[in-house]
Design a protein around this ligand. Sequence first.
Ligand SMILES: Nc1ncnc2c1ncn2[C@@H]1O[C@H](COP(=O)(O)OP(=O)(O)O)[C@@H](O)[C@H]1O
Ligand SMILES: [Mg+2]
Length: 246
Amino acid sequence: MSELVKVKHLHKEYGRNVVLKDINMSVKKGEVVVIIGPSGCGKSTFLRCLNGLEEIQDGVITVDGLPVEPDKKDIVNIRQKIGMVFQSYDLFPHKTVLENAILAPIKVQKRIKDDAIREALELLDKVGLADKKDYYPRQLSGGQKQRVAIVRALLMHPDVLLFDEVTAALDPEMVHEVLQTMLDLAKAGSTMIIVTHEMAFAKAVADRIVFFDQGEIVEETRDVKKFFEEPETERAKRFLKTFAYE
Ligand SMILES: Nc1ncnc2c1ncn2[C@@H]1O[C@H](COP(=O)(O)OP(=O)(O)O)[C@@H](O)[C@H]1O
Ligand SMILES: [Mg+2]
């Protein structure tokens, strides 16, 4: 399998605050990597670096062989290879579900409108929202809005999808439907890097767990079951103890 995302010696700081220290990671096509770790350890910053939303001070990030460099013109093309879904869905309030979904494919990728609409409707159907296509965001629940945000990201045909705590702001009964959508994507072979605090979900979806603490990768394993039962490092042990998961 080919490596889609490569991170070498990534170093990131905000002023004098070092946030990511010598991060090395590569993600293959079809792989699902779940990043976990305590609040403030640099998970969101890492995803933002991958997407070229942050300047980095050292190291190299490539997506599909192309370097991610925020100040270069090419970044627009790279961002299309790497879709991101955030905790807050940022849908346009005055646009319908369908209009939100097709906006970027038409504006940025210059896709033919009818094609974008056809595909958007297919994807909305897949996530159980076909009947909501003409609704406005305010008429939807948080879980529904988040699924629209996922459809919007998918419609750009990214090579990799990044998810940053996408269920953190949802009511508990909405969490499941969003996680199910992500599980379905994983099963369909999508390449994903997921930051989550949902440990049962992490266990179910991950091909690999990467545990961050204080800006470093402290533990990383493909033996996902073992990580949750018996992590190697004390720091991971301590972190997992703060969760009640099955
Ligand atoms: N825009 C920013 N400016 C300065 N410091 C930031 C900024 N964003 C994040 N940080 C700092 O970087 C560190 C990591 O934050 P973050 O990546 O959000 O962690 P996590 O997502 O793991 O909770 C924290 O110390 C945070 O205060
Ligand atoms: Mg975060």
